[in-house]
Design a protein around this ligand. Structure first.
Ligand code: SAM
Ligand code: TMP
Ligand code: ZN
Length: 413
């Protein structure tokens, strides 16, 4: 059914019509943690998401300029999670074993951040290059001995590397391609830089998991696209590539690793058709399913707000755990400020001593959590739940309880 009042836009991939299914309101930059003394007005934008009627690509209705998000002080350091460090070391080893097998292989990463993946490639003595436009995280990678180009990957910068270094056997990206609205330039860049039989491998949050878990906090300025196998297959086919493999990953609340090769170069694994069939069976790319998701988001917003208000009325002390980019969406949508959540504990020095975007909750060092007098901890970093709960076992033993809002609002005592 077409709702005539739905806002519409133009698909960044195929030029088709994008119809909006969820409006998350005015939102700040999710990774812009202010100091207490900053006085200039905060940047806000309309966070709304829609789906393309033609190619099914789910995407934001409004784009935030990339320099506002990725700059000298970008505060997300990928090595902040031990689980993710292992994930990327394992990923690198597998790429080295399966793809970088020639006499002088060359591995390129888009969005290498602090070098969490390329470190293993470097240690194996394999030629590598990371693209990383955010200054301080790139400096951390360089300090680990890695070769990093401080540019956005796009057609022009990819061509420059092809000219200086020759073709890449593997171009890899994690949690980065979904950040990039200008996908055509990326794919032309991959086309220019990739060896004829090379692969472009990228992993990002998976629409199927986001719907199944109602993890609406995966939607924020940086996450421009929410990929599905169907939409990625269409995107690849429109630019001379083919989706030849998919692999579901448990990290970050559920992701898919997509492998693209030049059209006709490799036989697609059966897993590709199987995942698309599963998407069709569960209706992942239908407007009806996306509308149901939007309704579920409203329920979580109301339940979370009601729970926090009740705890405040009862005099309970509530803090947040993990000053994630995702939490900007949750706190700004639900109107959660320091009156409901006194502070957020986080291990990232670049976030500590600052205030959360839009809602201005103070961020405190995570090592203060053990001594803090907290009754309930709202787990914003729910995707790292096992790692965090293993570290913070004493909290529950002392009577503390965790609040989670994915897939629904619940308390874990
Ligand atoms: N790959 C790491 C991981 O999975 O943890 C980092 C992910 S982080 C969310 C996204 C990174 O992509 C940031 O460090 C950002 O600076 C970088 N980035 C954004 N646009 C980019 C582009 N066009 N080319 C290269 N890197 C980009
Ligand atoms: P992410 O969900 O985008 O990876 O962000 C996780 C945030 O949580 C990041 O700011 C680091 C923080 N964090 C902790 O404070 N303690 C932890 O044990 C982990 C794994 C992350
Ligand atoms: Zn489209």
């Amino acid at each position: 059914m077409t709702n005539p009042v739905r806002p519409r836009g133009t698909c960044r991939v195929c030029g088709g019509t994008v119809v909006q299914f969820l409006d998350l309101g005015r939102q700040p930059l999710s990774d812009r943690f202010r100091t207490g003394s900053e006085t200039e007005p905060e940047y806000f934008f309309d966070l709304a998401v829609g789906t393309c009627e033609s190619c099914t690509m789910v995407q934001l209705m409004h784009e935030v300029p990339r320099e506002r998000m990725f700059h000298e002080d970008y505060p997300y350091y990928s090595s902040g999670s031990a689980v993710m460090q292992k994930h990327f070391a394992d990923t690198a080893r597998r790429l080295l074993e399966t793809e970088a097998t020639g006499p002088d292989p060359f591995v390129v990463e888009i969005g290498c951040n602090d070098g969490v993946m390329l470190r293993t490639v470097h240690e194996a003595g394999v030629r590598h290059l990371g693209f990383e436009p955010s200054g301080k995280v790139a400096a951390a990678a360089r300090a680990a001995g890695l070769r990093v180009r401080g540019d956005f990957f796009e057609e022009s910068t990819a061509r420059a590397v092809r000219d200086s270094d020759g073709p890449a056997d593997v171009i890899y990206a994690a949690n980065t391609i979904c950040h990039i609205p200008y996908l055509h330039s990326i794919l032309r860049g991959v086309d220019a830089l990739l060896a004829p039989d090379g692969v472009f491998v990228f992993e990002d949050p998976y629409l199927g998991d986001i719907l199944a878990k109602t993890s609406f906090d995966q939607i924020y300025d940086e996450h421009f696209f929410l990929f599905s196998a169907r939409s990625v297959r269409a995107m690849a086919a429109s630019s001379g590539f083919e989706l030849v493999d998919v692999e579901r990953l448990p990290v970050h609340g559920g992701e898919v690793r997509y492998t693209l090769a030049r059209a006709g170069a490799r036989r697609p694994a059966d897993r590709v058709a199987a995942l698309i069939a599963e998407e069709d069976a569960t209706g992942v790319t239908t407007l009806a399913r996306l509308d149901r998701f939007a309704t579920e988001v409203g329920r979580i917003r109301d339940d979370l707000r009601a729970l926090l208000e009740r705890l405040r009325a009862e005099g309970r002390r509530v803090a947040g755990y993990g000053a994630t980019a995702k939490s900007a969406t949750v706190t700004n949508l639900c109107g959660i400020g320091p009156d409901l959540v006194s502070c957020v504990y986080d291990t990232t020095p670049a976030k500590q001593g600052r205030l959360t975007p839009g809602t201005h909750i103070p961020v405190r060092p995570a090592d203060e959590f053990a001594d803090a007098e907290v009754d309930y901890a709202l787990l914003f970093a729910w995707n790292h739940a096992d790692e965090i709960m293993a570290k913070e076992q004493a909290f529950r033993q002392a009577g503390g309880a965790w609040i989670q809002y994915v897939p629904h609002v619940h308390v874990r005592k």
